[in-house]
Design a protein around this ligand. Structure first.
Ligand code: ATP
Length: 513
């Protein structure tokens, strides 16, 4: 995937000519189109489908007290540990979670083996409850899990180290158990604003976009005359100095978030939490990447301010991973900002005839993780008839970077001019490419590799009958289509309205009413 993204202009390592920068990536000419389409799908599904959701675009720099109030200065930490021999740094919690994963794997292997042995008569539930080896592993898992959970909840760093020692976890590089103590590491990037002579102020690159929404709650509510319940949506960059940044764009140090904070009456938050949980999953599934690739993962360990939280996980090539978080954040954020700013941040509810600090449901999704899930599920290496192979991206047409590529069969006889004419019919509505180089077969392959749904070939007959050959990416079937019908054909396939209908039904009514 990494190689394909680079070869076809989706994602490049940042500042590559200087050997790159850890966990920072640049999006190329196709990547940015795909990313923009994802953002548009999200943005419109929030602000078009809901008359009570509006957007903002807050600055990345914020007053430093913001991060004191939000808790990020004191508590946005990961526990890190170094191996003295390899000099490699790890997240202590990740080392322990990997260990838990290994135990789970052992159990699954036992089950698989037995399933093969017993065939149709295999009773998995019974086997799990009675097999001595499985029971032994399960006991180990449960004890370790309980110990780990307690250590994390208590922020007990010495205990985290002790677990690593007791479990005899080794560094994957050096293979040794020569570990340092576990230390807390704050994930926020710091910089200074203003010159030192002026008295520079220490500020942070925002680690999430949400706080820009909270500090603007009153501005938006008052100027937009918003009535509770209502939401504020935002798309923007966020920065985290991740200790272990791996897995390509899944975990980056500079990334992009799409967040929506939905403000509700106190006491109604859990109803809205369920609503947004369902709505967001429908948004994902409408793309058609495969319903079985999604699952909810409810949080066992809730942040101190949350009273419910779940992740939407997607089946990546490296397992089910969080793509989006949905959190019921109570009135924590607005209350904290009221406390630290000394301003009253409340809403007067005319129906209840009382003021209160609204509760908040947050939906927070990473653009880059969404990009990765779309790419991973679209990428296929196909074996064709005659021993040929092709790499194709079965991207949802609405997200494809290029919607159509127009190709004159040959570079002469007026075909390029005719092809340009066709491009002019399409290019104001759809991202359209033009390609006249190499054989038609090679040109198809190039478009397959970037996921272009339609290839339009102009041949000599076109000059007489105004018909072209349309070749479909997924089926590779070809149709003869009149030039006047091309626009409707493409529009029909790439219209986001179809997805919105899947989410909110034919009436396109706001499903929240
Ligand atoms: P994780 O547990 O994977 O570190 P998180 O729970 O800290 O993620 P949130 O703070 O809930 O993540 O952020 C919301 C969303 O932002 C995540 O679901 C994810 O899609 C995205 N995100 C968070 N951190 C990163 C990162 N380092 N790189 C890319 N996307 C990220």
């Amino acid at each position: 995937m990494v190689a394909h993204c680079k070869e076809y202009g989706f994602v490049f390592p940042s500042s590559e000519i200087y050997d790159g920068l850890g966990a920072v990536y640049d999006y190329g000419q196709n990547g940015v189109e795909l990313k923009n389409n994802i953002k548009r799908y999200w943005w419109d599904s929030m602000t078009l489908l809901h008359e009570n959701i509006v957007g903002i675009d807050a600055a990345i720099f914020m007053h430093p007290t913001t991060w004191k109030a939000s808790g990020h200065v004191d508590a946005f930490n990961d526990p890190l540990i170094d191996n003295r021999d390899s000099k490699k740094r790890y997240r202590a919690d990740v080392l322990i979670e990997d260990q838990l994963g290994k135990i789970e794997e052992k159990i699954n292997k036992e089950v698989e083996k037995a399933a093969k042995r017993f065939g149709d008569s295999f009773d998995e539930a019974m086997f799990r409850q009675t097999n001595p080896r499985v029971l032994e592993h399960q006991k180990h898992f449960d004890e370790l899990h309980a110990r780990y959970k307690k250590a994390m909840n208590d922020s007990d760093l010495a205990e985290l180290k002790q677990i690593i020692l007791d479990e005899e976890i080794v560094c994957p590089i050096s293979g040794t158990r020569n570990w340092t103590d576990v230390r807390q590491f704050n994930l926020m990037f710091q910089t200074e604003m203003g010159s030192t002579a002026d008295g520079a102020m220490k500020i942070y690159l925002r680690p999430e976009t949400a706080q820009g929404i909270f500090v603007n709650f009153l501005n938006v509510q008052k100027t937009g005359r918003m009535k509770i319940p209502f939401g504020i949506a935002q798309i923007g960059k966020a920065f985290r100095n991740e200790i272990v940044a791996r897995q390509f764009v899944f975990r980056m140090r500079e990334f992009e978030q799409m967040e929506m904070q939905f403000f509700v009456r106190p006491g109604e938050e859990l109803k809205w939490f369920e609503h947004w949980k369902a709505f967001r999953l429908k948004w994902h599934k409408a793309l058609g990447l495969g319903d079985e690739k999604y699952r909810y993962h409810d949080h066992e360990k809730l942040a101190h301010y949350a009273n419910a939280a779940t992740d939407i996980e997607f089946l990546m090539p490296f397992g089910f991973k969080e793509v989006e978080g949905i959190h019921s954040r109570t009135n924590f954020d607005l209350s904290q900002h009221a406390k630290y700013s000394g301003k009253k941040i409340e809403y007067f509810d005319p129906e209840l005839n009382q003021s209160y600090t609204p509760y908040v449901i947050e939906t927070s999704i990473g653009v880059d993780r969404m990009f990765l899930s779309v790419m991973c599920s679209a990428y296929k290496e196909e074996q064709l008839e005659g021993g040929d192979t092709r790499v194709v991206l079965n991207l949802p047409p609405v997200l494809a970077p290029v919607k159509a590529c127009v190709m004159p069969l040959v570079k002469k006889d007026g075909l390029p001019e005719k092809a340009r004419e066709i491009m002019n019919l399409l290019k104001f509505d759809f991202k359209t490419a033009y390609d006249e180089k190499d054989s038609i077969g090679k040109r198809y392959r190039r478009q397959d590799a970037i996921g272009t749904p339609f290839c339009i070939t102009v041949d000599h007959d076109t000059l007489n009958d105004n018909c072209v050959t349309v070749r479909y990416r997924d089926t590779m079937k070809q149709d003869r289509v009149h030039i006047n019908d091309l626009h409707a054909l493409i529009a029909n396939a790439v219209d986001m309205k179809q997805l919105y209908k899947k989410i909110v039904g034919d009436s396109m009514e706001d499903s929240m009413e």
